[in-house]
Write a protein that binds this ligand. Structure first.
Ligand code: PHE
Length: 464
């Protein structure tokens, strides 16, 4: 393993790792998905459960994933291979590769919308809307156009492939360093604009005063699933980032910083969008089109809105790119490291496969809108399966693996590298992590998953 370690490219600096991993985590999940899922699930109560999930499940699993990756210095399948002889566990890494395709298939569609909206912003389309509802109508019109939606999906996947094709360290690290702070500042400006709009209080009430009666079992599942999705957990993406991390760096603080950045961005985006929704009298439970129905209106009300709108959609597209890169990277590194494929070939082949998987999702908004599986169209199905089934299941296995297969004896030796101070002065943090990984994560995730397939209700009914 020594030879693998020493030959593996590493992040240029500690902050490079944090920014790159945060860049991978921060994406459409924070800005597109969080506001609409939260809007559909009643706001404040959902946010509370989501924050709990992020803290007590997301952060511990992130630490576990990064640690596994840093220890093995391989792709997810190779990581399981290096840490145990039991071949069964490779399937968990393999599941991550499948999850990568599933996520890319709908992620690319939404990222394509974002690309398309750069052009709409440049054309100044938003300023032509007579009423707020015209924004939604325009969005529906665009997504109904098969060429627009698949063409942009193709463009996005092509760009993702290009970046992965040319290697990992340079592009991603450099890009994230500049882009992320700019995106953050822009979101802050938009949040303040949202807060200043007439009727913003109603949005704030929705965001901060919980109405627990609106919380259903399904919302809890959505909150957990979203915690996984937004932190890129449960499919090996973070293992891959960890595999480029130096053993001198502190896995615990780096993970906490990634979680903090990701959560902050989601909350700021949430406030910006929900205040605007209420002030323009729109419906927060609109679904996946939510930000495209709202933000254009916000821009028309801002000084400099024309320029801001262009910059915003460029940054959103770039944020989506840094995430999709990490998705394609998981798939590629698997075939390169484990199957001996040439990197360039793997990128071209699997990027194309990911594009093809995305086509049915893109067509869900037009010609395939009536094709439903389990009552969901392709887009919604991929979205649901990835966040609510694949990723939590991956997390479940990762926690079981660390606690019971790899074992804390070995894990703690690795965790200590770079984190000596925490081990000496704040050992309770380590104890907490162990307890959570050993008991909380497996049990909680299992219960939520059980609920998701309706088994729990069945059992309860049996005993009533
Ligand atoms: N976390 C990314 C986002 O919020 C999505 C993602 C999920 C990326 C899983 C990689 C793996 O947009």
């Amino acid at each position: 393993m020594v030879s693998i370690e020493s030959s593996r490219e590493q992040w240029g600096s500690k902050i490079g790792f944090i920014l790159a991993a945060a860049g991978g985590a921060i994406g459409l999940g924070n800005i597109w998905k969080f506001p609409y899922v939260m809007g559909q699930n009643g706001g404040a109560a959902f946010i509370a459960v989501y924050l709990l999930c992020v803290l007590i499940i997301g952060l511990p699993i992130l630490i576990a994933e990064v640690l596994m990756g840093r220890t093995a210095q391989r792709n997810p399948v190779g990581t399981f291979k290096a840490l145990t002889k039991n071949k069964m566990w490779r399937a968990v890494g393999g599941m991550g590769v499948v999850a990568g395709f599933v996520i890319l298939s709908f992620y690319g569609v939404v990222a394509g919308w974002s690309f398309g909206y750069i052009i709409e912003a440049i054309k100044g389309s938003f300023f032509d809307y007579a009423t707020p509802s015209a924004a939604g109508e325009h969005f529906n019109e665009l997504t109904q156009n098969v060429y627009w939606i698949t063409g942009l999906l193709g463009l996005f996947m092509g760009l993702t492939m290009m970046i992965v094709y040319f290697g990992i360290n340079k592009g991603i690290e450099r890009g994230s360093k500049i882009m992320m702070p700019v995106l953050f500042v822009l979101l802050l400006i938009m949040m303040f604009k949202g807060l200043s709009l007439e009727g913003a209080e109603e949005g704030l009430e929705f965001l901060f005063i919980p109405n627990w009666s609106k919380l259903t079992g399904l919302s809890v599942l959505e909150a957990l699933g979203h915690a996984f999705f937004t932190l890129s957990l449960g499919m090996g993406a973070m293992m891959t980032y960890g595999s480029y991390m130096s053993k001198k760096d502190n896995v615990i603080t780096a993970s906490a910083q990634i979680v903090a950045l990701d959560t902050l961005i989601a909350l700021v985006a949430g406030v910006a969008i929900l205040t605007a929704i209420f002030s323009t009298g729109q419906n927060p439970a609109e679904g996946p089109g939510l930000i495209f129905h709202t933000l254009p209106i916000v821009f028309t009300k801002m000084t400099g809105g024309y320029i801001f709108s262009i910059i915003f959609f460029i940054l959103l597209s770039l944020a989506a790119l840094t995430s999709s890169i990490s998705l394609l990277e998981v798939v590629t590194s698997y075939f390169v490291d484990e199957k001996g494929m040439q990197r360039h070939k793997a990128v071209l082949l699997f990027g194309t496969v990911a594009f093809l998987c995305g086509v049915p999702s893109a067509l869900s908004f037009n010609i395939l809108s009536d094709t439903k599986i389990f009552g969901l169209n392709f887009f919604d199905l991929a979205n649901f399966l990835a966040s609510n089934i694949f990723l939590p299941l991956g997390g479940l296995f990762i926690s079981i693996f660390v606690a019971y297969v790899w074992g804390f004896d070995k894990a703690l030796i690795e965790l200590k590298k770079g984190a000596e101070e925490i081990f000496e002065k704040r050992f309770w943090e380590i104890k907490f992590w162990k307890i959570v990984i050993k008991y909380f994560c497996p049990v909680l995730i299992f219960l939520v998953l059980l609920h998701s397939i309706g088994v729990l209700t069945m059992i309860i009914n049996l005993f009533q």
